[in-house]
Design a protein around this ligand. Structure first.
Ligand code: BGC
Length: 748
């Protein structure tokens, strides 16, 4: 079975260009290259031309309307690091463009087995002549700094002469859209050229740097042909490197130019300039065939351990595997960075990392690529320093508060009401640490890094919360639902804080058992009394329950507000955030996304079935799902509550969200959290997986429309396969049924 996504170009749907730039982007967790048309597009088409390196960002001012004390006045923004995709061809003087002359036929393919994107065009030149153009691109999973662009041209039934011009432009602008709060408002150029040079006839090199963050970016490009060019030259002109080659085209013979591009940056390398040539030499020696083959081999291994199968429902299976592939493309190869809300596919949310990573993506990596899960958590450990600082800025005397949105650890939310106030991110990260530990048993990680994250995040809860009438309350925070802000005792926040506090204590006990506690307590000035206070606060945490409705209220004032009538709201008014002032939204019972229901996904055993069912039905009526982080969670919890049809329907929308552009903004980048969410909906929802300290528990069901489904997962270093069909569910290890083993249980 081959896994791919394909699209034919339709001249009546020009909007699809920007969308396809996202769907056909190439990334490997370090490099992200949007699927831009090499020759460019007319300016009026508003597409986003971009190349990104994970973690490479600039600090820019963020003007606050009033400079109130300690508001964030600066933010980091992901930098567009250069244009290495522009390639223009001229055949017998005629320039190739999709938009000039007779219409062309174009098909694009994302090949998820080869790890490449392919663009095939039939270009109809004047006098009935045809030229076939084929462009293959790859961001290598094996050599993280390598990107390849192969440009092939075939003159069909005629001889001709081609001029190919290839660009390497080190200073480019970021994308901007002042009308959409989810994008940057101004498009600036953040890199300044320090070095720009050419070598021989086909190689160019540039080193640029950002002004504030002082990050250097190095790019080296080289061109190789399968035919001998009649002439070739490379030059620097107006701070751009321009390569030009003249190729005699023989009828029906394919001429291919392979553009090899190496990226380096000073976050990861001391000598960016030197490393460029060193890596280029290695790549040239090994040959591109080696890298294409190793990409295929890498993916064969990946799919063997991560693929999801849904026999009989090819469409959903493909959609889900597309999402899984995008999670792989977004997964960092080191702990200098995390995963942005749009992965490396576009500039939506300016490349910021949110709770999306730990809550929506981590569950996939924990089960499929635990080493990636570990790196993501290590990134949080590495950025504990700025989180401790952030807590101080917000007036806390102890603890760390992770930023709501960030690139290198500092808070970047402009609007604190639905940004910095989302304190639940602390608990979300703590939850991620514990899930990783449960699934891998990696005690060493807890001892060396995880316990410190748990402790400092827990300390913050102790500082922000207070006792009143015997209960521990958390005031003035924003829960996951961004249409309800700055509230008291948000159910989700209190639950995750409770978990966070309990696990700070449990991790300490675990270290006590292993004999590591004394050192830890010394290093962190931790006393037995402090742990006791944390335990007390967790046990006394205010957990709201409404006797009349028999539901958990989202927060202490939520149920006293008027209900928003979603059925009576015109379709054109969604997402509400683009049509209503925030204050208006805050005064209604209306939710952007799963909030209390999200807590039920994380803690399925803390409320009785009836309360969860009542709450689910209550919140469902007032939830817009304007955030892509919502339907997947409604699907999981519907599965757990036995609402099979709902679970299936929400799952479908979540799985196809980007492929079918269901939110209309995939052009700005993929919805990486939702991609993880669709995986969660299947594995934690349909298959009912819960990961606990004692082991894994499945409580699966088979959607009526399916004959079965299966997926592989890793648990404590071993790869297992879960499958279910009409005859029941089973877990296999090495081909043997292991359902009886005590650590993995299936409740039929
Ligand atoms: C959601 C947040 C999310 C962010 C980035 C917002 O629309 O409300 O929960 O973290 O998008 O994906």
């Amino acid at each position: 079975m081959s896994r791919y996504v394909t699209r034919k170009f339709d001249y009546d749907k020009k909007d699809q260009l920007a969308l396809e730039e996202t769907l056909f982007h190439n990334a490997n967790g370090y490099i992200g290259v949007r699927g831009n048309l090499e020759e460019g597009v007319p300016a009026a088409m508003h597409t986003m031309r971009g190349v990104y390196l994970n973690g490479v960002c600039e600090t820019i001012p963020m003007k606050q309307a009033e400079s109130l004390c300690n508001l964030t006045e600066e933010k980091e923004t992901m930098v567009n690091v250069g244009d290495i995709q522009t390639v223009k061809i001229f055949i017998d003087g005629q320039e190739f463009s999709l938009f000039e002359g007779e219409k062309c036929q174009q098909t694009r393919i994302l090949d998820m087995d080869q790890g490449t994107t392919n663009r095939d065009v039939t270009w109809n030149l004047s006098e009935g002549r045809k030229v076939k153009i084929s462009v293959k691109k790859m961001a290598s999973f094996v050599e993280e700094s390598l990107f390849v662009l192969e440009y092939s041209v075939t003159a069909v039934g005629f001889d001709g002469k081609m001029k190919l011009v290839s660009y390497h432009i080190p200073e480019v602008c970021n994308y901007a859209n002042p009308d959409d709060p989810r994008l940057a408002a101004e498009g600036a150029s953040y890199l300044r050229t320090e070095r720009i040079e050419t070598r021989g006839k086909a190689t160019g090199l540039s080193v640029t740097s950002t002004e504030k963050t002082k990050i250097k970016v190095g790019i080296m490009s080289d061109h190789q042909w399968n035919v001998r060019p009649e002439s070739e030259e490379i030059r620097v002109e107006n701070d751009e490197i321009i390569y030009e080659a003249i190729i005699p085209l023989e009828s029906d013979k394919t001429s291919t130019c392979s553009k090899i591009v190496i990226f380096k940056d000073s976050i990861r390398e001391k000598d960016v300039y030197g490393k460029l040539s060193e890596t280029m030499d290695i790549v040239r020696k090994k040959t591109l065939d080696y890298y294409f083959e190793s990409q295929r081999f890498f993916l064969e291994k990946f799919w063997n351990s991560s693929e999801v199968r849904i026999p009989g429902d090819e469409k959903l299976e493909n959609a889900l595997n597309f999402n899984i592939f995008q999670l792989l493309q977004s997964a960092p190869q080191d702990y200098y960075c995390s995963i942005a809300a749009k992965g490396l596919s576009g500039e939506g949310y300016e490349g910021h990392y949110f709770w999306d990573t730990e809550m929506f993506m981590l569950p996939f990596y924990v089960l499929s690529e635990p080493q990636v899960a570990k790196r993501l958590l290590e990134f949080r450990y590495e950025t504990l320093g700025p989180a401790l600082e952030n807590a101080k800025l917000l007036g806390h005397k102890k603890g760390a508060l992770y930023p709501w949105r960030t690139i290198n650890g500092k808070e970047c939310s402009g609007y604190y009401v639905s940004g910095s106030a989302a304190y639940h991110i602390n608990g979300d990260i703590a939850y991620g640490v514990v899930q990783y530990y449960f699934a891998t048993g990696d005690y060493q990680f807890i001892r060396d890094k995880g316990a410190r994250i748990l402790l400092e995040t827990a300390r913050l809860w102790m500082d922000v919360g207070n006792y009143h009438d015997g209960s521990f309350h958390i005031h003035g925070v924003t829960g996951p639902d961004e249409y309800t802000c700055l509230v008291d005792d948000n159910y989700y926040t209190n639950r995750i804080a409770q978990f966070n506090l309990m696990w700070a204590v449990k991790a300490a006990r675990l270290m006590e058992e292993k004999g590591d506690f004394d050192q830890f307590s010394l290093d962190n000035k931790l006393t037995a009394d402090e742990l006791k206070e944390m335990e007390m606060a967790a046990n006394a945490m205010e957990i709201l329950y409404d006797e009349n409705l028999k539901i958990n209220p989202q927060d202490s004032s939520f149920l006293s507000k008027p209900l928003w009538d979603l059925e009576a709201t015109d379709k054109s008014e969604f997402p509400l955030l683009l049509h209503y002032h925030p204050l208006h939204l805050y005064r209604y019972q209306v939710c952007k996304q799963a909030d209390t229901v999200m807590a039920y996904y994380l803690f399925p055993d803390l409320e009785d079935q009836e309360t969860m069912e009542n709450s689910y039905r209550y919140y469902e009526k007032i939830t817009t799902h304007d955030s892509s982080l919502s339907e997947c969670i409604y699907s999981v919890v519907a599965s757990r509550l036995g609402m099979k049809e709902k679970a299936y329907s929400y799952f479908g929308d979540s799985a196809k969200l980007d492929l079918e552009n269901l939110h209309g903004n995939t052009k700005d980048g993929i919805h990486t959290a939702n991609m993880g969410g669709s995986y969660i909906a299947l594995v934690y929802g349909f298959a009912g997986l819960v990961i606990r300290e004692e082991g894994l528990r499945f409580k699966p069901f088979l959607p009526d429309k399916w004959e079965g489904y299966s997926f592989k997962f890793q648990y404590r270093g071993k790869t297992y396969e879960f499958s279910i069909d009409k005859d029941g569910a089973r877990v296999l290890y090495d081909g043997e049924n292991i359902t009886e083993a005590d650590k993995i249980k299936i409740l039929q």
